[in-house]
Design a binder for this molecule. Sequence first.
Ligand code: CP
Length: 326
Amino acid sequence: NSKLKGRDFLTTNDWTLEELEQALNLAFELKQKFALGEPTPYLLYKTLFMIFKDKSTRTRNSTEAAMTQLGGHAHYITEESSQISHGDTAKEIGIILSRYGHGIAIRDDIYLGVGQKYMEEVAKWASIPVINLESDWDHPLQILADIMTIKEKFNNELRGRKFVISWAYAQSHAKPLAVPQGLIMAMPRFGLDVTLAMPPEFELLPEAMEIARRNAEEAGVKFEVVHDMDEAFKDADIVYPKSWGAYVYAQNNFEEMKRIAEKYKDWIADERRMSLAKKNAIYMHCLPADRGFEVTDAVIDGPHSVIYDEAENRLHTVKAILALTM
Ligand code: CP
């Protein structure tokens, strides 16, 4: 009997804080039931269609497992395994899959200016919920799992804590802006002071920056931008260093992005940098991480790292979103 039944989940901005908190509360409840082995057949016989235009470990498997554990089933669809590669339009996909099942979930994250628009078009024509599994704009299921993890680690006391999302060097630069943008837009709403750190060429989209600033102002928290990783890490409670592409400068040109990034190889999360953060600071990463480039083994496998709990919470949060919307 959820009021959220039928709702799309394309970006956290479309949901009120109360609605996001409702999803998080359900995620905590589902986590407990999963640990106790209690069945949660809230979507019995229902079908979710998952369209993946990119690779995935966590998103695919947590979503597929979520549907099984809710009593339904998830179909895995790629462009090549369907007629999307031969011209099925977003409108046709939205209308036709709506006649077969109960939800559509899409990952389309590679090219700037493409994925979110595609999802919005599918959602416009679908009569069932459409869920974003990562676009060029946001990765709302990841963001929800990140908030759940932060709540767990800090006993739900978030206000006034320093959250740092920092660019980090990686060997591949074909990386969407979805996670950093999703984080700066959502984290202020939960009372966190947000610091965004990046080299000047790796700025995020102005629309995302504007939403982040507005959300921070409305929540009465800080939102600052720095171009120095050490400065960002200083006195942080939560650090989230990860790579993303220099899309604005390189315009989806991955070779050019690599050339730009080579100047910033020292942007790595190592033990020296972690020592600048607070003693009980946590290290987060949505994964996959480029070990030895984005982060050292000593940090990602060290005492501050919460990557496995963070990855686990992808299951509980997606289960909550699917149960509420479908
Ligand atoms: N964090 C995340 O989205 O992981 P995958 O790319 O493996 O789905």
